[in-house]
Design a protein around this ligand. Sequence first.
Ligand code: HAM
Length: 425
Amino acid sequence: MSVLRAVKGMNDVLPDEVGRWQRLEAIFARIASLYGFAEVRTPYVEPTGLFVRTIGEATDVVEKEMYSFARHDESLTLRPEGTAGAARAYVEHAIHGKETVTRWYYVGPMFRGERPARGRYRQFSQAGAEIFGDPGPGCDAELIDMLVAFLGELGIGDAQVSINSLGSGDARARYRDALTAHLTPLRASLSDDSQRRLASNPLRILDSKDPRDREQLQGAPLLGEFLSVEDQDHFDRLRRQLDVLGIAYAVDPKLVRGLDYYTRTLFEIKGATAKLGAGDTLVGGGRYDRMIAELGGPEVPSIGFAAGLERLLIASELAEGPVGDRIFVATLGARAAEEGLVLARDLRRAGMRVEVDTRGHSLKSQLRRANTMAARVALILGDSEVEGQKVVVKDLAGHGQTEEPRSGVVAAVGALLATPAPRSP
Ligand code: HAM
């Protein structure tokens, strides 16, 4: 029979890798809470229209990457990102009526039908944060500061922050016209993708990596030239705030990002390029001041970011972390097997991690198992020990062995675990 495999681009995380995931998620949750964010959990499935309206019809995500399906006469989509769902929940629960500024974070799987590569998957996980109700630019800088702290804690030393401003709606529309006017006479020299985008979404041509497009973009007007006085002031104040916080960054006038909802501040953080290659964008974010109103809420300026957890795990040296000592209970004989489960339960109630073997195998085979799981202590319980109300306690690190009364064995094991394991030669 052929073996069934996971869907291409969707990966299992097996127990020996889960420790790193849990540490990463715990570090993010701790830092997010230090910066005043509370966790929100929204559904993995949303009405397709939510993503079309917010991310934009002419984006790669909506055009080619969404997992959409029909159910009960409704078109539904596995969420390709977290911002649209968070904004929908914010409007649906009228959070703006309850508090003036809202800070939410989330961690969870997202789905995009992209071509799988290192650091690029069809199911991937994001850690994201959104601020609703603060026009910035102070909180824009604060978000970047939080990310620098987060990446620093993960030991990603070479992270590079890029920022840009897209301006508000009007500036962007005028820039779009100017860019289209510049590129239209050069259309035939652009890549196929960019020829198509010239009509649908010309700003996306700016982050094309195709050398033909890069050449035609030389001498193209730059977004920065179209910012209004207010947009420019917002951007200048963001830069000043980053300087005051001592955060190094580069202004990248060609940074536009692939989602249509952005206004004003945009940022990306790249890092660990040697490990990630072209997919080295660890974090992307920006301001989306119109989205809440477009979803039927009031005018609520908003900003956020999301980081790809798989990419962070590739980039960081994060170890699994200490897991604590483990205890193995070996049982020999029918009564010992029964009593072994009681002993294991007593130890677990005292907070110890225990595995018990009641399969009736030889002591040698059970102790081999204790060694493979790197147990610190093996407890041996045979029918004669049960009879005599005793347990043999074997220190697998120190190689000593004692016999303890059953009534005192939990305390004895606790004391043993509290002493450091002798170093192996
Ligand atoms: P994004 O740039 O599309 O932005 O994704 C953010 C991050 O998610 C990327 O920098 C990357 O680390 C990770 N990522 C994206 N696609 C994949 C993939 N196929 N495989 C692995 N990792 C991936 C957003 O999603 C916005 N919602 C960010 C945001 C929040 N903007 C405002 N608020």
